[in-house]
Design a protein around this ligand. Structure first.
Ligand code: HEC
Length: 166
């Protein structure tokens, strides 16, 4: 697949998508704490609001998820000409240097800022991370944003960490 080899950051991003979507990482996210019940999923955003109040976010575990597991930092941070993430600009948004693969008709050209999760209240951020990348307006975010289905605790931790960076 030609688009996999365009550049190193590209390969990393694409690898991240497949790992997060189908690999052991997804399983680990779901396993590391209580998974949402079918009832929570059916109840939708109302339940998510209660969940976000029920789970206090752990900033340190959120940092680990964001930097080492879900790899949000890899796509959402600008890079220098060598492809290294620019430290002061982490999570401020970046272009996606990967062309859409032929099977995708819908592909985002950029990952917007997610430092502080601007524009998202806790309920919306919880829904985004637990229900498969639902944008704040209720629509589906485009690939390559992974369709995370985190546990409510992991999502609360991620939210706490990203909010702590503001
Ligand atoms: C493989 C690349 C990639 C990874 C990894 C990734 N994102 Fe994204 N993200 C994107 C892209 C691309 C978009 C824009 C999608 C669109 O425009 O439809 C996006 C959109 C978002 C948005 C919506 C912003 C808005 O203005 O509505 C949020 C919030 C977000 N991501 C948070 C995260 C978090 C938190 C993580 C880690 C848990 C993460 N992303 C991991 C690529 C990625």
């Amino acid at each position: 697949m030609k688009w996999l080899t365009i550049s190193i950051p590209t390969a990393v991003s694409v690898a991240v998508v497949s790992v997060v979507l189908s690999g052991p990482t997804g399983g680990r996210l779901a396993l590391s704490s209580e998974a949402p019940s079918a009832q929570d999923r059916q109840a939708g955003s109302g339940a998510a609001a209660n969940q976000s109040l029920r789970y206090a976010g752990d900033v340190e575990h959120g940092r680990y998820l964001v930097e080492q597991v879900a790899m949000c930092v890899e796509c959402h941070s600008p890079r220098d000409s060598q492809g290294r993430i620019i430290d002061e600009q982490r999570f401020l948004g970046a272009p996606i240097p990967v062309r859409a693969p032929s099977w995708s008709s819908d592909w985002a050209a950029a990952a917007p800022r997610n430092r502080g999760l601007p524009g998202y209240d806790d309920e919306q951020a919880m829904r985004l991370l637990t229900e498969g990348a639902i944008k704040r307006d209720g629509t589906q975010l485009r690939p390559p944003m992974p369709r995370f289905r985190m546990s409510h605790q992991d999502a609360a931790d991620v939210i706490a960490y990203l909010r702590s960076l503001e």
